[in-house]
Design a protein around this ligand. Structure first.
Ligand code: SF4
Ligand code: SF4
Length: 130
């Protein structure tokens, strides 16, 4: 079945600036990921799948939106592959294809309560506003 959102490996590499060929499959990124249990595809798998051009599976996976953008995988990678940037690039590509922009500054006051951590707002903007 054809995808609604056609995203190429070249697009993902251009948006992220990541070269997945640098990955040595050590798994440190996945070992440190706090969203491990919620992600169908884990950080090291994202890298390998982009390298193989399996973008369709990533575009369709909820894993793209389970990443919390904590950047732990980026910090732990000994090869500076930056898996989080690949995940973010897939997320952005999907959002751009959808022409979606779900979060506007004017909407924030009604959504924010005093217990909401600031990081959650930053993360939401990364996911919904670019
Ligand atoms: S940025 Fe995303 S993929 Fe990387 S460790 Fe954090 S939650 Fe996991
Ligand atoms: S930590 Fe870096 S080198 Fe190791 S598997 Fe993850 S992306 Fe690849």
């Amino acid at each position: 079945m054809a995808s609604v959102y056609q995203v190429t490996k070249e697009e993902i590499e251009a948006i992220s600036g990541v070269n997945p060929l640098k990955c040595m499959r050590c798994g440190r990124c996945t070992a440190t990921c706090p969203s491990f249990d919620n992600m169908e595809y884990h950080p090291h798998q994202f890298v390998a799948m982009v390298e193989r051009g399996e973008i369709e599976k990533l575009v369709r996976s909820a894993s793209v939106f389970k990443c919390m953008s904590c950047m732990a995988c980026l910090e732990r990678c000994p090869r500076q592959v930056q898996p989080a940037k690949l995940i973010e690039a897939v997320r952005l590509a999907v959002i751009r294809k959808q022409e979606a922009n779900h979060l506007r500054p004017d909407d924030l006051p009604a959504l924010v309560d005093e217990d909401l951590p600031q990081q959650a707002i930053v993360s939401a903007y990364r996911k919904f506003t670019k």
